[in-house]
Design a protein around this ligand. Sequence first.
Ligand code: AMP
Length: 473
Amino acid sequence: MTSFADLDLDPRVLKAVADAGYRQPTPIQADAIPYALEGRDVLGIAQTGTGKTASFTLPIITALLKGRARARMPRSLILCPTRELASQIADSLAVYSRHVRLSRALLIGGVSFAEQDQLITKGVDVLIATPGRLLDHFERGRLLLTGVQIMVVDEADRMLDMGFIPDIERIFRLTPFTRQTLFFSATMAPEITRITKEFLQNPARVEVAPQASMSENTAQHVCVFRAGHRSREAKEKRIVLRSLIREQGDRLTNGIVFCNRKSDVDIVARSLQVHGFSAQAIHGDLDQKQRMRVLDSFRNGDIVLLIASDVAARGLDIPNVSHIFNFDVPNHAENYVHRIGRTGRAGRSGSAFTICLSPRDDRDLSDVERLIKQAVPRLALPQSAEEEIRTLGSGGRGRPRSAARANRPSKSVADKPCSTADEGRKKRGQRSRQIRDARPAPPKAPDGPVQGMGSHVPDFLKTSFTKRPSSSP
Ligand code: AMP
């Protein structure tokens, strides 16, 4: 097994690592650090929690020990999606560089420009920044990126989720072609692959295999069901989710509901709120303050259910939770392991429930089971869910068959009962009466015979012989 001493790190860096209490490099560190020290580009596929921050900061510190930074020209650049992550990296860097002299600056929103500008002017060895703030400084002419020797892109998939990819491409183009790039992402979406192909040169690919074993303290279940009707799939899944949550009763102290799509995160959160659950959404679109507020509320128990996407939950320090609910089977099997890993920690017991819409999600479920090398125990559809879905389909109990219409997002979120068919008819009647009332009254037919028409003239014909009312008011 590799030890830190086997890695070609500067002795002062090794000392700082020992001070931090690290005994052994994590797999991503053992794999990535040698390539990074050789000066190669690295494509690291790893999540937060794997020790990836040290896998790029330790070689950066070692590499930058020779040479000095010039004014306004940082020697290395670490880009990350959020202020929170940027601050965490800055803190780690401070720990690992405590025995050497390296200057660093943090360019993030919420900190005064003047203060940041002062630091950059003095010359910075390591600049840690979010893309927007970095480009602000560049556009003001306060920063040059032509001195960047090493550039790190951290949590690229979260950058993608937050719409930062065009900024990242621009920043890449502002740095020298000869730079070394260390690029990290937890998953490789096609857009991420495209960027790595364009901006990385012959990268060494290092990947942290997702844990293949699951916590034995976590009881897993999957509820496989077929939707009664395609147009109601999402609604039926929400019914199943509510039933699963209710069935847990007091066993559920707090839980995370994972959705594959960002758009579903909001819909599911609102639906749960409408049904009286204590639930809040967390996604990448929330600003830092809002995210922190939601997380704090979840940590201190004010919110019981946190609704999240994989990307939004990544990197968040979320405490052990009693329950995980997968509103969808994850598209990437490894995300299943990461989701479930949020429960059953530190010897405590946890439960995980996955909703699998058959046949659509069958393949994703097989991928999960192949990865974790076990079958997830099947759970029958909760009876309450079955009944509610049946009611939905049959239009029974005063609900019209057209209840499917209520599946449009605005209505279905609230899951409001539709008006009854009778009410609908009554409303339609009222409307047509109103329309009729708004029309001018037909002229009264003249009494008596009409010349040239004999004595059997139908009433409607009589009107044609009278003066028609003018159409103008
Ligand atoms: P990261 O994935 O970089 O956010 O690191 C996750 C946590 O692991 C941080 O709290 C680090 O301090 C810690 N860590 C990083 N490397 C090691 C290591 N080699 N041994 C023990 N802990 C580590």
